[in-house]
Write a protein that binds this ligand. Structure first.
Ligand SMILES: Nc1ncnc2c1ncn2[C@@H]1O[C@H](COP(=O)(O)OP(=O)(O)OP(=O)(O)O)[C@@H](O)[C@H]1O
Ligand SMILES: [Mg+2]
Length: 296
């Protein structure tokens, strides 16, 4: 029987991220029919054996519509990762607070809910004891609306940014972690025969003068052998996330205490850096086909 697999994309990236091309080839080599519908295309056909969320990178500006879409698709067929995970993981305040409360080292964060009231940013930063800060959306991806501000510019540049943004999106303020210049480690997990298993890891070093680790901003990406501590944090975080994900990525940066710190746990649409492993694309295709039309 031919398996029909839909890989959900978005209109900005309808042909997937290049890194997923080996995965598509591996699915087709295994006899599957692969389609690439945009998640918000009203005419898209979701009547397939499995929908895998891939390059839906524009969801963060329309989170509620995206979560509603995930729930609709999940009700009709198998969606991976499942909509319950999508709901939890698209809200950084919710999932990072949950993980932190359960002992995962995370970045100290001041949360700023959506508001039309003015927030005194210098006072907030002083209250938290931060110096240089990063300000970014609570629902975000790809470093959208993410800025780094030096301690002396909190009352001006940071205040201007928050004044501009907060009436349209909730924000989070973190101390800037200088460890980012050594690189952000991403550990990729894929479902194995039984359960999620570590597949491979990369380290992404921002371009000189930048602090953003994504390759879109010129970072250098290399294969990485995670330390036992990195593995342990990632595995504990995934255990706490629960459920049965098909894929996951855990991002770690050296924290202010010099220890690996979780900056993100990505269960929605992460780049999985499949090209940095000899067998990950094939393993991901095998895992995908095992999950198609099977009870979750
Ligand atoms: N507290 C911080 N200190 C230093 N750098 C940071 C900090 N927070 C974010 N960054 C940088 O900004 C980038 C984007 O932030 P983050 O990964 O938290 O959000 P994102 O936009 O959702 O990213 P992704 O595309 O990985 O989903 C990070 O990859 C990192 O390079
Ligand atoms: Mg990130």
């Amino acid at each position: 029987m031919t398996m029909r697999i839909a890989l959900a994309t978005c209109s900005e990236l309808p042909a997937l991220d290049d890194d997923d091309h080996g995965y598509v080839r591996a699915l087709r080599d295994r006899g599957a029919t692969v389609t690439l519908p945009c998640w918000d295309d009203a005419a898209a056909d979701w009547d397939v054996d499995l929908v895998v969320i891939r390059s839906t990178w524009d969801y963060s500006q329309r989170k509620d519509a995206f979560v509603a879409w995930a729930e609709r698709v999940d009700a009709g067929t198998t969606l991976l990762n499942p909509s319950s995970m999508v709901r939890w993981n698209t809200d950084k305040q919710r999932y990072l607070t949950d993980l932190s409360e359960q002992g995962i080292p995370t970045v100290p964060t001041a949360w700023l809910p959506l508001s039309s009231e003015r927030v005194d940013v210098a006072a907030l930063v002083a209250r938290h004891g931060f110096q240089d800060v990063v300000i970014k959306p609570i629902v975000g991806a790809g470093s959208r609306d993410t800025i780094r501000v030096g301690a002396k510019d909190t009352a001006t540049e940071a205040q201007f940014f928050v004044d501009q943004q907060l009436s349209t999106q909730a924000l989070m303020v973190q101390p800037f972690l200088p460890g980012i210049s050594e690189g952000e480690v991403s550990l990729i997990f894929l479902e194995g025969a039984q359960r999620l298993a570590f597949s491979h890891a990369v380290i992404k070093r921002p371009a000189l003068g930048d602090f953003r680790s994504q390759p879109e901003f010129g970072s250098e990406v290399e294969g990485h052998s995670p330390t036992p501590t990195e593995r342990d944090i990632a595995e504990r975080a995934l255990h706490l996330a629960g459920g049965r994900p098909l894929y996951a990525r855990v991002d770690l940066v050296t924290g202010l205490d010099g220890q690996p710190t979780l900056i993100e746990l990505e269960l929605v649409e992460p780049c999985l850096y499949l090209g940095w492993s000899d067998d990950a694309a094939a393993a991901f295709a095998d895992a995908t086909l095992r999950r198609a039309r099977k009870p979750r």
